[in-house]
Design a protein around this ligand. Sequence first.
Ligand code: FAD
Length: 454
Amino acid sequence: MNKMPGTSALVIGGSLAGLLAARVLSDYFEQVIIVERDVVHDFPEARKGQAHTRHLHGLLAQGLTILTHYFPDLHEGLMSGGSPLLDMAQSMRWYCYGGYRARFALGLKGIVTSRPFLEWHIRRRVAAIPNVTISDGYSVEKLLTSENQKQITGVQLVKAGTDSVPQHLFADLVIDAGGRGSRSPKWLEEAGYQKPEESTVTCGAGYATRIYERDASLPGNQDWVFVTPEAPHEYRAGAAFPVEHHKWIVSLGGWHGHHAPTDEEGFIAFAKSLPAPDVHTIITTSTPLSDIVSYKFPASLRRHYEKLDDFPEGYLVLGDAVCSFNPLYGQGMTSAAMQAAALDKLLQEQPGLHHLYKPYFRQIARITDIPWQTAVGEDFRFPETRGRKAPGTDLINAYMDSVHRATHHDAVIGAAFLNVMNMLAPPASLLSPRILWRVLKSIAQRRSDPHNSF
Ligand SMILES: Cc1cc2nc3c(=O)[nH]c(=O)nc-3n(C[C@H](O)[C@H](O)[C@H](O)COP(=O)(O)OP(=O)(O)OC[C@H]3O[C@@H](n4cnc5c(N)ncnc54)[C@H](O)[C@@H]3O)c2cc1C
């Protein structure tokens, strides 16, 4: 243990963000308890409280680096179940803007895994930490406060799905990792505080997902396959990722109501309508192992806790409970991991918990800003998107069109793009003189030879 600003901490929600928060807190508190509403089994599962985990989840390289820092043997665990460790650029089959991005060896390692399998590995490791207890099947119903309401002192919970007698659990620090449906705004209001301001940007996203058998020995069956639209004319996307236990997870989806049907015929027809054949080929040559399930995601949502002047001591919010992005960009888990790492750093630097929320929410806002701008900026390519649009969005999107096209043939631009996409480099790095020059050169080549895929 590094330091002890308090003796006990409590985390609401035992999904990815809650597990990571508990892992961090276990270094500082004598006792950490996770309260999870669902009953959780010791096998990979998509629970009722996080039904979205049945759908394709890509883990960005930044997220993998942080997870591996906290769970050094995670790689081996995932790989022993057959999750491939890939060079993300070498094993990419990504069609966008009229061509495939060039493949090359970049040394950017990625692990492809289903979300339940990843979470199961993390949960087992968190559950094995001696000072962490996971209490599942309990729902937090409200916050407990000190008499003057300046401090959150714990939570009131009930056995989930029953009207059992409410119980009180006390803690020096409570973290809400209850996901997008977090009740923190309501709880804070009940405790006499203001609700955070919210930003929403619509995307009308919808997923339909099915698992297929995968013969890993066949050429191309270790590639991660992605077909993304050239907005605003195209709205549909499809992906097939080679996950553990010789399976493909295939998700089809799109923006603003362009969703794949969940009947077999409609699902296949949707895949056929994509601008490249790869996903369609996979699903028409592989054996399905599951039903087709769907999920709708109306809008990206951000809660601006950093803007609140008054906030109780002993309380923080983390993960999707703060910000949930259009999932088609694959940023949520990495953002949660970055938030947990920021909490770790603050606990190392701060002498105690007093006023921790101030620097914490400032940091969380900084971490969230980039994926938020990237996701909603891309969504504003579609005229149906509603919400606050940052100045310069159209200009950036026009430049990014050229970046995407240049990645068809230029590995230097491709590497810069993948580093930004994986949250390893700031978006501004795509405007460095070296990249800008190459993008301009690619535009000039395309103009002089429009039939070539420059
Ligand atoms: C369709 C879809 C696809 C996605 N794809 C990607 C992807 O490719 N890459 C990526 O990085 N991210 C992706 N995401 C986002 C990612 O799933 C989340 O960012 C990530 O799961 C972190 O979520 P979380 O732990 O904050 O919340 P959640 O996963 O929503 O978990 C919240 C947990 O809190 C529990 N809970 C809630 N309220 C209470 C309460 N009152 N008491 C007790 N327990 C409670 C719930 O039961 C649940 O277990 C996707 C999201 C969706 C919707």
